[in-house]
Design a protein. Structure first.
Length: 296
């Protein structure tokens, strides 16, 4: 009976765990829909902004704007500091979501160090900050207040000092490690270069103004406003895509956990029933044997 009681206890424990994982799966599904709507809403604006910049930038203008200019490498007197923004989640239970982002950040840090740069970490999310602090790395900035509902203001607050430092020639580059939201089950990590701004290609495959454009004010004034906006938008897109990817990864992880709990539960119930039937059979055999002994 002791074994039977232990099995019943394990069955209750697995049942309770399955209820929790199922609830978390439903919550993640609900949040995923809203986060996915934010990703879809952000993409047309980013595409339009990219197209306008592609039509405005010319080789002459690219040399006049610091955000478009590539600094010299460190061995030729260029800046050694390189900023790396890492976006992770504040919570776990999302499978390999955070660990994949951390691996991507470590890979990028090693690549920068191999090129002679000094990476500076900017952390968004508890998981990434906690991991690198455990390794002894310091952060130039830590943000754990953004959560899964980022706004354009959050992106502006984070990227504004980086833009200023880059314009002053203190930073060699700014990279963003984020999750790409391809679908609810496909959220690979990616490194995106946000500074210097890489001039997008126009419709003809080249960088340059369209001949039928009438610009007022001129391209100089427009680019002065659009380039910082382009950088802020790149970070905002990284925030919303990573938030959506987190919910997708958590939903998948919780669904797998729920399915595994169901399989374990079935196995435990079969084991419990077999032992119970064996105990009943043994008791019946003992009763029949005792009755036969009394009659004989």
């Amino acid at each position: 009976m002791a074994k039977g009681r232990q099995l019943k206890g394990r069955i209750r424990s697995v049942q309770n765990t399955r209820k929790i994982t199922k609830t978390m799966e439903l919550v993640a599904t609900s949040k995923l829909k809203r986060a996915q709507d934010r990703v879809v809403a952000a993409r047309p604006y980013a595409a339009a902004l990219r197209e306008v910049i592609a039509d405005l930038v010319t080789p002459e203008l690219a040399e006049r704007f610091p955000l478009l200019r590539r600094p010299a490498p460190p061995e030729k007197g260029g800046p050694r500091r390189a900023a790396l923004i890492l976006i992770t989640s504040n919570r776990g239970l999302a499978g390999g979501f955070n660990s994949n982002l951390i691996k991507e950040a470590r890979r990028r840090i090693e690549a920068l160090e191999g090129e002679g740069y000094q990476p500076e970490l900017y952390g968004i999310g508890r998981k990434g900050i906690g991991f690198f602090k455990y390794l002894g790395r310091s952060f130039a900035m830590e943000r754990i207040d953004i959560g899964d509902r980022p706004t354009a203001d959050h992106a502006a607050e984070i990227v504004a000092p980086l833009i200023e430092q880059y314009e002053r020639g203190e930073l060699a580059s700014v990279d963003l490690v984020q999750a790409q939201f391809l679908s609810a089950i496909s959220t690979p990590p990616a490194t995106v270069r946000i500074l210097p701004v890489e001039a997008p290609e126009g419709q003809d495959g080249k960088t340059g103004t369209r001949p039928d454009y009438i610009l007022s004010p001129g391209p100089d004034e427009l680019l002065a406003q659009l380039l910082p906006l382009y950088v802020r938008n790149a970070l905002y897109r990284g925030l919303v895509e990573t938030a959506a990817a987190e919910h997708g990864a958590r939903r998948t992880a919780m669904k797998n956990a729920t399915d595994n709990a169901g399989d374990i539960l079935e196995a435990l119930k079969r084991t419990y029933n077999r032992r119970r039937q064996a105990a009943i059979t043994q008791e019946i055999s003992e009763i029949v044997g005792g009755a036969a002994a009394l009659q004989g």
